[in-house]
Write a protein that binds this ligand. Structure first.
Ligand code: ADP
Length: 314
């Protein structure tokens, strides 16, 4: 109640599947803008879900990093709705810049700056034992000064306990790694790194790299775009619960560097090498965020654009 009264809710900014987002400000200072995200709770699950969300959210309040959306407070309104008070990020998201009506011209140095901010955000989450599990351009919001901020932690969870199985039904399909389609239960930070690879590819192509129509179709799209998962390229894959054997003559070999250079040559051989390391089928062989951050591409020419100079919408 006390927390609720510290904020004033203004006009509606937008509505997603799980939330309605309002503009707001500090009651004590109208110049301090915030976004208030009211989580829609299905009446049937209300208590359980709200408690889960609150626990999650409390945990994420502690994730303070320049490339992660700041959460100032959490409160529940009179009718038990959960409200998150978030940093106000007025410049839309990366999806709008890539292909929305506000799409802009951008180059390799800009892609490098955006990807570096994403990599730092995800590395920070993983170092705190949090998986984001829904990385996609639409969840990368842009601050007034051009900084990219990872948002929408609705699906995030801790992975500190390696013995608690996790649900595979996470991550928007096009950005979801193959281990989740095979219903791996003990997955790791590698799921987020795959999604980062998909975002990287999309920034270059300006269209989603692997847009599957259904979950089953997504596995064939991955198989054609990257290669078919087999015991050779991914030891143990055939023991996963959801694995579907593929006839030998239907196996697509794992694509090599020439193929990636043809599609993504714009970012140079080093950029292509980094992209390939994120899109490795076997999650144990996929790059970690530590590996990603240590890559030579970041220091190669062109240098990443300074955030104040990044292209912005409108
Ligand atoms: P979706 O993921 O479908 O965009 P959200 O519930 O996350 O749904 O957000 C709905 C809309 O509210 C967004 O499209 C965006 O325009 C706006 N919005 C979300 N978060 C913020 C924020 N922190 N600052 C400003 N606007 C926001």
């Amino acid at each position: 109640e006390e927390t609720r009264r510290r904020y004033v809710k203004g006009k509606k900014l937008g509505e997603g599947t799980y939330a309605i987002v309002y503009r707001g400000h500090l009651a004590a200072d109208p110049a301090q803008a915030v976004a208030i995200k009211k989580i829609k709770v299905n009446a049937d699950y209300k208590d359980g879900l709200t408690m889960d969300a609150i626990r999650e959210v409390k945990f994420l309040q502690e994730l303070s990093h320049p490339n992660i959306i700041a959460m100032h407070a959490v409160f529940s309104s009179r009718n038990q709705n959960l409200n998150l008070v978030l940093e106000f990020l007025p410049l839309g998201d990366l999806e709008m810049l890539i292909r929305g009506s506000d799409s802009v011209a951008y180059g390799i140095a800009d892609i490098k700056a955006w990807m570096a901010m994403l990599a730092r955000a995800v590395h920070f989450c993983h170092s705190r034992f949090v998986l984001h599990r829904d990385i996609k351009p639409n969840n990368l919001l842009i601050a007034a000064d051009g900084t990219v901020k990872l948002a929408d932690f609705g699906l995030a969870r801790g992975f500190a306990d390696p013995y608690s199985p996790m649900t595979h039904n996470v991550i928007t399909r096009w950005y979801r790694p193959p281990e989740l389609f095979f219903r791996a239960r003990f997955y790791s930070g590698a799921v987020d790194v795959w999604s980062m690879g998909c975002v990287f590819a999309e920034l270059v192509m300006r269209t989603p790299f692997m847009p599957g129509n259904t979950d089953i179709d997504q596995v064939s799209v991955i198989s054609r775009a990257i290669g078919t998962p087999t015991e050779d390229n991914w030891p143990g894959v055939s023991s996963l619960e959801g694995y579907v054997p593929v006839a030998k003559d239907k196996v697509n070999p794992v694509q090599g560097k020439q193929y990636y250079l043809g599609l993504f040559g714009l970012v140079g051989p080093l950029g292509v090498d980094l992209l390939m390391s994120m899109l490795v089928l076997d999650p144990r062989r996929r790059a970690t965020t530590r590996k990603v951050l240590a890559h030579d591409w970041w220091r190669a020419e062109p240098k990443p654009t300074k955030k104040e100079e990044l292209p912005k919408k409108g």
